[in-house]
Design a protein around this ligand. Structure first.
Ligand code: ADP
Ligand code: MG
Length: 242
């Protein structure tokens, strides 16, 4: 289980997250929605302990950390069990997409990293792209590369920040199918997404953030029957923007 309790995050004097509680169970898909600047990415970084919360508690299976915390975060207990695909992707520019996915496996005790990566590349049908460098492919294809790299690590918690934003519809459909397969395998997925339709049909839990506050949370039913005026207005704007 991945759990955040009363998560607060400040940069300088400005508090960005105002005490958020979130609970992510294995074998489920949670989708965070909310306006730009509402704190979605900040919450994801806090939960991944990459940019730890200012206060609050994060639990990742048997690791519980309460902040502020004076000892270092035990990275080996977090990654790759919990793996994040960032908006910025962070692919190594001097490595091909395939090499990008193989490199993190080298430091792990894995029999044949190449075979594992090749299988995912094959599943994704991107053989033709895998030997190109990040700057030789489109943004959407780079997003695919970053997802392949994350999947190769076989995380139990996979956190994805707006990764389908530049993908063609066929790729989005393929990735979403793939995410559902991972869920069946017991992986916990946390998505930040503007794909309200996906959240509605495939999400188990929807979390709506606004202004650094968790305004509403529940099953996808809240998308059809929002309890708060803020979510209702947000969904109206999303509809309009389509
Ligand atoms: P979202 O992902 O929902 O668009 P973010 O979590 O990226 O929102 O940002 C929430 C707020 O926190 C924004 O006002 C943003 O400017 C601020 N913020 C994010 N990261 C930093 C940072 N490293 N330093 C200062 N402010 C930040
Ligand atoms: Mg963001």
């Amino acid at each position: 289980m991945l759990k955040g309790e009363n998560i607060r995050k400040s940069y300088g004097d400005v508090e960005i997250l105002h005490g958020i509680d979130i609970n992510i169970q294995p074998g489920t898909i949670t989708t965070i929605i909310g306006p730009s600047g509402s704190g979605k990415s900040t919450l994801l970084r806090s939960l991944a302990l990459l940019d730890p919360p200012t206060s609050g508690t994060v639990t990742i299976d048997d690791l519980t950390m309460t902040f502020p915390h004076d000892t270092p975060i035990p990275t080996e207990l977090v990654w790759p069990r919990l793996t994040v695909v960032f908006q910025q992707l962070f692919l190594w520019p001097h490595l091909t997409l395939r090499q990008n996915a193989v490199l993190p496996l080298r430091s792990r005790d894995i029999d044949s990293p190449e075979d594992r990566v090749d299988q995912i590349i094959k599943d994704f049908g991107i053989n033709g792209l895998a030997d190109r460098f990040p700057n030789e492919v489109s943004l959407g294809q780079r997003q695919l590369g970053a997802i392949v790299r994350a999947l190769a690590l076989e995380p139990r918690y996979l956190l994805l920040d707006e990764i389908t934003s530049a993908l063609d519809v066929e790729y989005v459909a393929m990735i979403l199918e793939r995410l559902k397969t991972l869920r069946e395998q017991g992986v916990a997925l946390l998505l930040i997404s503007h794909l309200i339709e996906f959240a509605r049909h495939s999400g188990d839990q929807i979390v709506f953030l606004d202004g650094g506050t968790l305004v509403e949370q529940g099953t996808p039913a809240i998308l059809d029957n929002p309890q708060s005026g803020r979510l209702e207005r947000f969904l109206g704007l999303v509809l309009e923007a389509r």
